[in-house]
Write a protein that binds this ligand. Structure first.
Ligand SMILES: NC(=O)c1ccc[n+]([C@@H]2O[C@H](COP(=O)([O-])OP(=O)(O)OC[C@H]3O[C@@H](n4cnc5c(N)ncnc54)[C@H](OP(=O)(O)O)[C@@H]3O)[C@@H](O)[C@H]2O)c1
Length: 247
């Protein structure tokens, strides 16, 4: 279809990423779903194709440099541009939940693993895809952050998020927010807008299916709306459900 928008959503085999792909696809956007295994990505895309969505599945472990380059080559060959990049793939600590406070016991392995996926890979992948985003008349980058990355809210007396002081995850999202601010500033005179999204506390494997209050369909709404902001929309902002959050 001529002028059809193209979106790439990382980590979209399940959770908020899959739902974001579905909701963007329902708006007529061609959606590229990624998973660490090709068969899993293809199965996720097939679920959407069955709902008449223009969906494609490709393999991407965001930590794999060769796979990041291969994704850029695939999009360049097939579409020649990228309109929307949703940096959704993210992880928490392996062993326990985000509510286990272990600041002084945080291991180097945990810090490295979480920063690699939640920060470094996003920077590398975005760099690989920027030439394609620059070919879009309205490129949009959405970085899946978290309110848990808000320095301002953590620092408040009686902070409402003090129940979760997991250094590795929270610091990774704060660092990602810094990337959003810096990249948005650098790209301010281009057609590209860059924002951080807090999806809400959502019933996924990461959020906790039993304890999180928000349904996945609602958890994808902030990513979807930031993917579609107009020329007068936010740039370099931290947003939850159309409302701005403090950094
Ligand atoms: N759920 C919440 O309450 C909440 C709140 C604030 C922010 N967030 C953020 O929202 C985003 C999505 O979270 P979610 O709740 O939907 O989590 P989820 O259900 O655990 O899904 C995470 C997705 O990321 C993928 N992923 C993890 N590491 C990857 C890697 N190295 N390469 C490629 N894909 C990878 C997973 O793939 P596999 O299936 O292969 O593991 C999965 O598809 C994350 O960035 C998270 O930090 C979530």
């Amino acid at each position: 279809m001529k002028d059809q928008k193209v979106a790439l959503i990382t980590g979209s085999n399940r959770g908020i990423g899959f739902e974001t792909a579905k909701q963007l696809g329902e708006k007529g956007i061609a959606v590229i779903l990624t998973a660490r295994k090709l068969s899993v990505a293809e199965a996720a895309a097939a679920q959407l194709t069955a709902q008449s969505i223009d969906a494609y599945g490709i393999q991407l472990d965001v930590n794999n440099a060769a796979e990041r380059k291969a994704v850029a080559a695939y999009i360049s060959d097939k579409f020649g541009k990228l309109d929307i990049l949703v940096n959704n793939a993210g992880i928490g600590p392996k062993e326990d939940s985000l509510m286990v406070k272990k600041t002084t016991e945080t291991t180097a392995d945990e810090l490295h693993e979480i920063f690699e996926t939640n920060v470094f890979s996003i920077i590398y992948l975005t760099n690989d895809l920027l030439p394609l985003l620059k070919k879009s008349p309205a490129g949009r980058i959405v970085n899946l952050s978290s309110i848990l990355g808000s320095l301002t809210i953590h620092a408040q007396e009686n902070s409402p998020i003090s129940f979760s002081r997991r250094l590795s995850y929270n610091a990774s999202k704060a660092a990602l927010n810094m990337y959003t601010i810096h990249l948005a500033d650098e790209l301010a005179n281009t057609n590209i807008k860059v924002n951080s999204a807090h999806p809400g506390w959502v019933k996924t494997e990461l959020g906790g299916v039993e304890i999180a209050p928000m349904e996945i369909a609602d958890g994808a709404k902030t990513s979807v709306s930031l993917s579609l902001v107009g020329t007068d929309g936010p740039n370099g902002r931290f947003i939850h459900m159309e409302e701005e959050l403090p950094w």
